[in-house]
Ligand binder design. Structure first.
Ligand code: HEM
Length: 185
């Protein structure tokens, strides 16, 4: 069941219609992306800090917030540059980010609204800078691909842990999930 990040990236690109035009548009606006990254980080962590549960996670370790500001700015910039043209280095980095969040116990209920905050804020910034709607669409697509990596990491890590601990086959596990879901109210 182990996920291959590069294959997952290719699948997501197709599914999201993340095209060569999107990539060109992002690359062409990479300098603008860098120029707003710090402001984006402030809005992002301001949003997380207003939620008591997430604020506790953010401040659970000395120096975490400082580190996070830096990693967010890096992450934000990488969406525009694509690192290796959104190739295997990009995919491996996104997979790693997913695993870090799974390890800390940050779930879909935290990550989905957080990514929505990024998309909304970047939309506002784009409008203020007079940049085209197409760039907003391209950013929306790559944000959703990044989000899919974090969400998928949950499924992969949880399933792998159960299979490892129990020795069940994947088929049995899937049947048990289907039965469990149909009996849940
Ligand atoms: C849009 C969604 C998010 C993005 C793009 C994002 C981005 C990142 C990145 C790039 C890292 C560094 C990963 C590494 O060390 O390799 C990270 C770590 C982390 N993130 Fe997020 N994050 C998101 C959502 C959240 C949420 C909702 C929380 C909740 C509090 C959170 C808390 C953390 C924490 C605690 C770490 C580890 C910090 C440390 O090094 O101690 N993140 N995140």
């Amino acid at each position: 069941m182990a996920l291959d990040p590069t294959t997952f990236m290719t699948t997501m690109e197709k599914r999201m219609d993340f095209s060569a035009a999107d990539k060109a548009s992002l690359k062409a606006n990479a300098a603008w992306g860098s120029s707003i990254a710090l402001q984006m980080a402030e809005v992002f962590y301001g949003y997380l800090a207003r939620d008591p549960e997430m604020n506790e996670i953010l401040n659970a370790k000395e120096g975490r917030m400082h580190r996070l500001n830096e990693t967010f700015i890096e992450w934000f910039g990488e969406m525009f540059t694509g690192m290796d043209n959104w190739g295997s280095a990009y995919a491996a980095r996104r997979w790693r980010i997913g695993l870090v969040h799974v390890q800390i116990g940050i779930g879909p209920q935290h990550v989905v609204p957080a990514m929505a905050t990024v998309v909304n804020e970047v939309g506002k910034q784009l409008k203020a800078a007079g940049l085209p709607e197409e760039l907003r669409d391209s950013l929306g697509r790559i944000c959703m691909i990044d989000l899919a990596f974090i969400e998928q990491a949950y499924v992969e890590v949880s399933s792998a842990a159960v299979l490892r601990e129990t020795g069940w086959t994947e088929g049995l596990f899937k049947r048990m999930i289907a039965t469990g879901a149909s009996s849940m109210k």
